[in-house]
Design a protein around this ligand. Sequence first.
Ligand code: SF4
Length: 133
Amino acid sequence: MTIDGKTKGNNRKMTCITCPTGCQLEVRGGADGELEITGFQCRRGEEYARNEVLNPKRVLTTTVKVRNGVLPLLPVRTAKAIPKGLLERSMDTLADLEIQAPVRTGDVILANLLDTGIDVIASRDMEKVSNVG
Ligand code: SF4
């Protein structure tokens, strides 16, 4: 597995965020083009560093507009991390979305975001405005 062009020839340091231990990881491009990863205490850290270099992903958190809700915006997030390169397009897609209250935590707000196979889900309940008071 080769290190990408942007990072090639450079050491890259990062903190593993997979657990609270926060190991300091270092990734180097080996002479043979393979990644050399050090500083991890477990396999999850090694995997984290490899993914950060080769295929970085993030859980997207944002808000979408709500019609008839007690609040105008609903916090949402992707059910899993999506490729970092899709974050901007995902934000654009969700900016155009308006959903209808009521909503329950975990409800699918948008299925299969940008064909990733990953859903956008509600991060909280949202009652209809007529249910209040
Ligand atoms: S390398 Fe393992 S022990 Fe260290 S922070 Fe990552 S998950 Fe935790």
